[in-house]
Design a protein. Structure first.
Ligand SMILES: [Mg+2]
Length: 218
């Protein structure tokens, strides 16, 4: 289990870690295909298939997370459409308390998300995440997503943290792998990123369903 006495800095992913991934999954896998089918006058099946092909083309790269890329590629007003389902934007159940506990314990806390800056701004507009975690980085500022070592190098040049005394939390195991490759000593996976989906499993990293499974911070 985690030993908090060995951790000074906590780097946190946003979607699926602090916020319920249900909003994003619903948007990209349900609402957007509907909009695409309507706009391009194709069947729901055809829309879903075309989107899957486009998603697969850029999986694991910064474009996958880029609103401009999708606006151009799909010829749809993605930013505007994302506002249609904002009632689904919410925290994962015990994320607010976890953020407050980290701050109370004197940990350095920063959010590091692959979300586009405008997608991050949207989440800040409909949650109090910016108050609970003031230091926020979108990987778009660095030109690389978390899957790339260049991101971690760029982040460390901007935000000084000791990888040996840092915990990184994310719901993607391949992203935890990337952080570990960089030298981040403590990694933690989230088994229930989407409240409406079955739990996932992590084979190479410690993982929890809820933050209250971790040892107390104080
Ligand atoms: Mg995530």
């Amino acid at each position: 289990m985690l030993d908090w006495s060995k951790i000074d800095t906590v780097l946190l992913d946003m979607d699926g870690t602090l916020l319920d991934l249900h909003y994003d999954n619903h948007f990209w896998l349900e609402y957007l295909p509907e909009c695409y089918a309507k706009h391009h006058a194709v069947s729901a099946e055809e829309a879903a298939q075309r989107l899957q092909t486009e998603f697969a083309r850029v999986a694991g790269t910064l474009n996958w997370y880029c609103l401009d890329y999708w606006q151009t590629t799909l010829a749809l007003p993605i930013r505007e459409l994302k506002e249609h389902t904002i009632e689904r934007i919410r925290y994962r159940p015990d994320a607010p308390k976890f953020l407050d506990d980290l701050r109370a314990a004197g940990k350095q806390v920063a959010l590091i998300t692959n979300a586009h800056p405008d997608a991050l701004a949207l989440k800040n507009r409909f949650t109090d995440l910016a108050e609970r975690c003031a230091l926020q980085f979108s990987t778009h500022e660095f030109g690389y997503c978390k899957e790339f070592q260049e991101l971690w190098q760029g982040l460390q040049a901007t935000y000084h943290f000791d990888p040996a005394r840092t915990l990184f939390v994310d719901d993607g195991e391949h992203i935890l792998d990337s952080a570990r490759d960089f030298g981040i000593a403590h990694t933690l996976g989230i088994r229930r990123p989407d409240s409406q989906q079955p739990d996932k499993t992590f084979s190479r990293h410690l993982s929890v369903t809820r933050f209250d499974e971790l040892p107390p911070l104080s």
